[in-house]
Design a protein around this ligand. Sequence first.
Ligand code: ADP
Ligand code: MG
Length: 931
Amino acid sequence: MSRDATTIPTADFEEAGATPGDSAPARSDGRRKAPDGEAHRVTPMMAQYIEIKAAHPDCLLFYRMGDFYELFFADAEIASRTLGIVLTKRGKHLGEDIPMCGVPVERAEDYLQRLIAAGHRVAVCEQTEDPAEARKRGGKSVVQRGVIRLVTPGTITEDNLLDPARANLLVAVARRRLSDTEWAYGLAAVDISTGRFTVTEVSAAGLAAEIARLEPRELVVPDAVYDDADLAGLWRETRAAVTPLAREGLDPASAERRVKDYFGVASLDAFGQFTRSEVAAAAAALAYVERTQLGSRPPLSPPSREAAGGTLAIDAATRANLELTRTLSGERPGSLLATIDRTVTPGGGRLLAERLAGPLTEIAAIARRQEAVAFLVGDSLLHERLRQALAAAPDIARALARLTLGRGGPRDLAALRDGLAAAGALARLLAASGDLPEELAAARAALETPDPALAGRLAAALADDLPLLKRDGGFVREGYDPALDEARALQADSRRFIAALQARYAAETGCRTLRVKHNNVIGYFVEVPQATGEDFLRPPFNETFVHRQTMAGAMRFSTVELGELEARIASAGERALGIELAIFDALLGEVVAATEAVKAAAEGLAVVDVTAALAKLAADLGWVRPQVDTSLAFRIEAGRHPVVEAALKRDGAAFVANDSDLSAPEGAAAGRIALVTGPNMAGKSTFLRQNALMVVLAQMGSFVPARAAHIGLVDRLFSRVGAADDLARGRSTFMVEMIETAAILNQATARSLVILDEIGRGTATFDGLSIAWAAIEHLHEVNRCRALFATHYHELTALAERLVRLGNVTVRVTEWQGEVVFLHEVVAGAADRSYGIQVAKLAGLPPAVIARARTILDELEKSDREKPVSALIDDLPLFAASVRSAPAAPAAGPQRDGLREALDAIDPDDLTPRAALEALYRLKSLRAAED
Ligand code: ADP
Ligand code: MG
C-alpha cells in the first residue's frame, strides 16, 4: 500500500455543527481568512484527533467515540471501501465535508481482520480516562485518548486474525555495501505469534527469491532501499504489506545494542556470527515489534542464522508457476501444499508449509528427515497412535505468545494444558518404541522438556467450561482453592437466602405473585402487581417496602434485607473474581517462566506431526523414498503429478505414470535435456511440472510419487511458462517471459534443474522459434544443467542430432476415426505433427473453418518441404561457435530499410492468425524486391 495513503492534512481542522460545548477559538494559520467565524473552528476533539493521527500517519486510526471506533478523512474512505460500510460526514474542513465512517466496538475484531487482510495497519485509539473525569475539568474538555496498540499484518497474535496454517512473518530488510555496485541484503524474519526469529544474508540477485520463500505478511524496509529503482518491482509485486521506515539512526553499534538489549545478553556471539546487515535487519525488526506492541516484548527466540545456500533456491516466478503453496490465482486449495497436507495440528501445518517452501540442499539433513518418515511408514501402529495423540494438541505456540503479551485468556491456559498433555503422551509413545531415528529422538527430547508438574497444575486449576475473558470469572475448577470455594459458597448461599426471602415476603403479604428480581440499574428488588403495590405504599407494609419504580401493571420496592444481601453477594463475587484473577496470574507466571520449554514442546509436536503426515501420505498413496545424493542423476520411474492425479481421481480417472531420465551421461559433468513435443492437451506441461515437484518433495525430506527415483542434489530450480500460457498473471507480455528466461540462462548451474514450457510462444513464429532454439543451445553448452523443454516447434527436434545430451521425447496421441485421442504417455522420439487442427475440431470450431485450415496447412507444408527449417540446422553453426564469431553490434545503416520498417510496424501480440500470415507474405515480397 502506498505509504501516504492514510495521511491527512495537518492544517487547521474545522468543524461546523459541532457539539454546543465544543467551541474552542479558531486557530488561524494565516493562510486564509475565515469567511465566517463559526464555520472555521477546530473543536478540541478534532484537535486531539489530528494530533494523534499525526503521530501514526501510516496507520488507519480507529478513534474511540462511545460504542464506535470512528475513522475520518482518507482513513474513512479507505475503510468504507475495504469494508463496504457507509461513508458519512461530520463537519467541514477547509470548507469541505469531512468523510467519516465507524465500526461498532463489539464487532471491531471482524473489521480489523478484514483491514489487516487487505494489508492495512490500524492504530487503536481508546479513551484513557472516565468521561466523568473529563467533565470535571469543565464542559469543553475532551476525554483523554491514547493509542493503545498498533495492529499490523506482521505483528498480530489473535487467533481470529491469524491463519492457523501459515506462519505470520514480519521481515525486516537492511543492506550493506560490498563494492561500488554491489549490495548484500540482510533479512530478519520474526513471527511474534510463535517466537520464531531467523536472519540471513543474500545477494541482490537472491533477494526476491528469499522474500518469496519467506512469504512475509509484512515487510519493513529502510527508505533508501524502498526508493531504490531496481527494487521497485519487488515491493510492488509482493503480497506483503510494505512499510518503508525512516532511518532511525540505526548505526551498527546501536543496532547491535538493541538486539543485545532485547535478549538481555552482553554479546551476540552466543547466538552465532552475524553480518552487519543481518544485525541491522534484526534490530529493525525488533524496533518495529516494540513499536507496534507499544513496548511489550513478545517471547522471541534468539536470532538463528540460516546459512545462505542451505535451501533450494526457487525464485518467485517458479514458485508461482509450480503452485507450491498457492495456485496461480492465489488460493491454497489446488496447490501442492494443500494436496499433500495430512498434518493434524496448526503447528505441524505451518512447519510443513515452511519445509515445502524451503527444501534443503544438504544430503545429511535430507536423509535425517527421510529416515524419520521411513521409520513411521514401517510402523503403522505407532504411526496411528501418534496421529491420535497429535489430534488433541492445540496451538500452544500461539497461545504462549498471547499469554506473554498479556492478551491471553483462560482458553489459552487450557490450550497449554492440553498441548503439554499431548506432548507428554507423544513422548511416552516414542520412548516405548525403542531405537528412534535421529529426528524423532530429538523431537522426543524436545517434547519431554516441560516439567510435567506444569501441565498437572493447569489441569487441576482449570474448569471444564471456560469463558473467553478472564474478567468473566468462573474458570477455576471447584476444589482447587479453598478460599475461592468459600466465596463461591457464600454467593450460592445468598441466592438461597433470596429464594427464602421471596417465600417469606409472599407469605407475610399474602401476595403469591410477589417476586424478587434483579437488574443492573436498581439491583435486587421486590416486584408485585399494581394493586398489591398500592397496599405496599401504606402501613404496615411501607415500613418494610420502599417504593422504587412504578411500571405498567407492576410496582417495584426495595427492602433493607435485600440491600444487605445484595452487598454480601457483590462482595463475595468480587472476592471470588479477585481470587480467580490471582490464580490466573500465578499460572501465567509459571507458564511464562517455562517459555523455553513450552516452545521446545511446540516444536517437537510440529516435527512429529509433519513426519507422521508425510508417512501417512507415502503409505496411502504408495510413494517411495527417493535416493538423493551428490551425483547429477535425475532418473524417475513411473512418476506422477500429485495434484493432477488427485484431481483426476476425484473424477474417477487414472493418471498415466511416466519415466524420465535427465541424468548426466557417464563421465560427463553436465545433465541431459529432454525436448518434449506433442499436441496441445497431450500432457507436456504436466510432465514438466511433475519432474520439478519431484525435486521439491525429495529435498524437503518427503517421499515422492513414483515407483523409484534417483535425484542428484539440485541447487536451483527454475520453471517458466511461455507468455501465451501465462494467463493468470493477467499481463501476457512477451517481455516478462523474456526477462524470466534471461534470469534462467544467466543463473542456472550444472546442478540446477530447469523446466521451460513453450518459451517463445508470446511472439511471432520465427522470432519464437529462434529464441527457443538459441536458449536450448545455451542450456546445453553454457548452463549444462538438467532440463526439460516443452515446445510446439517441431523444427527443434532436429537439434538432437547436433547436441549430444539433447534427447527428444513426445507425449503420445493416436487418431481414431479422425479424432485425436490423448494417451498421456511419454515416449522417446518426436511428435510427427502438432494435431492442432484435430484439437481445434475437438474444441468445436465450425467445420468450415476446420476444412479451410486443412487446406492452408497443406499449402504451408508444401512450401516448407521446399525449404525445410530443419535444413537450417546444417546451415547454422552451433551456439558456441556462433557466439565466438558473432559480430559486436550490427551497425545501424543510415539508408532506408523497408523490410526493417515493415517488421518494426508489426505487433505480434495484436495479430489474428490471418493477419500474421498476410504479414509474413508481405515481408517475403519485400525481401524478394530487395534482391
Ligand atoms: P499440454 O501442456 O501438452 O497442453 P497439459 O499438461 O496441460 O497438456 O495436460 C492437459 C490435461 O491432460 C491435463 O489437465 C490433465 O487432465 C491431462 N493429463 C496430463 N497428463 C496426464 C497424465 N499423465 N495422465 C492422465 N491425464 C493427464
Ligand atoms: Mg502446456
